[in-house]
Write a protein that binds this ligand. Structure first.
Ligand SMILES: [Zn+2]
Length: 329
């Protein structure tokens, strides 16, 4: 995922100034409020925190996993093996793109649970990690966390044999990260989101964009100090469904109601194609609130990840789906 720290905090400040904290106070839920809300719902799901965490650990143990590397191939084999063990039939969508490193082969991994209609809801993550020559970047949070959650979501939903109206696709995007140091530094800004751009181009070519009713993107969602504000480039109805569910479950602290804008990520090619999409992203990945000093550094390691955070995100997504489905005509 992208964003320069400077732009990020300038934007946050600008937004705060424009909106005025008097009219929209930041929501700081007290623990008491959280508990009472949780007591009201007490909704649980079969999402297993420890399974999701084990997936993050396995990815970290493969080491740095940039697109085209031997380690991402191992990661892909792991994803495929897991998905097959859930009774799914993952498909590898392979494509080659010119990058600042020359021609690189990418593979999106797609697993599908067919519904009664072709109308499709995509849940997604990128599984590559950003390449750094200067240090070992293992991407526990950035790449690892969302991919671990996505695997566990696929397991839970595949095991649930209820008839589904909508078809679900779990898409693991390759090549989200830029090869160049900065997101938009190379290839006229196109040195990033290779997998998601490829997928949307394919949908367009096959005249299938109308089939996709919603796209949910998870990115950097395993931080112990989980803070996922409402992402403002995302489709408002999807944001309402997900953040509304989080609040009903008592996770207002982790899904605060304040706005945030990421700028660019794998959801953007979908939005640009007119497909509703939402980015569930915790960009405050560092030492305390509004600090992202672990992002794209050697600090993005497994000790920063909490299985409880993975479970919160997994539960919120699972329990948001009925709300999302109800709003699709
Ligand atoms: Zn990243």
């Amino acid at each position: 995922m992208f964003r320069s720290t400077a732009i990020f905090f300038a934007a946050v400040l600008l937004f705060a100034c424009q909106n005025g904290s008097a009219s929209k106070p930041p929501v700081a839920a007290t623990p008491a409020a959280d508990n009472s809300q949780a007591d009201k719902s007490q909704k649980t799901t079969p999402f297993e925190a420890e399974r999701a965490f084990a997936h993050v650990k396995a990815q970290v143990e493969f080491g740095p996993r940039p697109a085209g590397s031997a380690a991402i191939e191992k990661t892909r084999e792991y994803l495929v093996k897991e998905l097959k063990s859930y009774g799914l039939t993952p498909v590898l969508d392979e494509f080659t793109e010119t990058t600042p490193r020359g021609k690189v082969k990418f593979k999106n991994v797609i697993a599908e649970i067919p519904g009664e209609t072709p109308g499709t809801i995509i849940i997604s993550s990128h599984y590559d990690t950003k390449e750094f020559k200067e240090f070992k970047f293992v991407g526990a949070n950035d790449g690892g966390s969302s991919t671990g959650i996505l695997l566990e979501l696929a397991r839970v939903m595949a095991a649930d044999k209820q008839k589904r109206k909508f078809t679900y696709q779990f898409i693991f995007f390759d090549g989200e990260e830029a090869f160049c140091a900065e997101w938009s530094q190379c290839l006229n800004g196109k040195d990033n989101t290779y997998g998601s751009r490829h997928h949307v181009a394919k949908l367009k070519k096959e005249k299938q964009t109308d089939r996709v009713k919603a796209m949910i993107l998870l990115d950097m969602v395993g931080d112990k100090d989980l803070t996922i504000p409402r992402e403002e480039t995302s489709s408002a109805w999807l944001v309402s469904a997900i953040w509304g569910t989080a609040q009903e479950l008592g996770h207002r602290k982790q899904f605060p109601n304040r706005p945030f804008s990421i700028g660019d990520d794998d959801h953007m090619p979908f939005l640009r194609a007119g497909i509703p999409a939402v980015d569930v992203i915790d960009f405050e990945y560092g030492d305390g609130p509004e600090d992202n000093s672990y992002w794209h550094t050697a600090e993005d390691t497994l000790d920063k990840i909490s299985s409880q955070s993975l479970k919160i995100v997994g539960d919120v997504i699972l329990l948001s789906l009925p709300k999302i489905e109800a709003q699709i005509r």
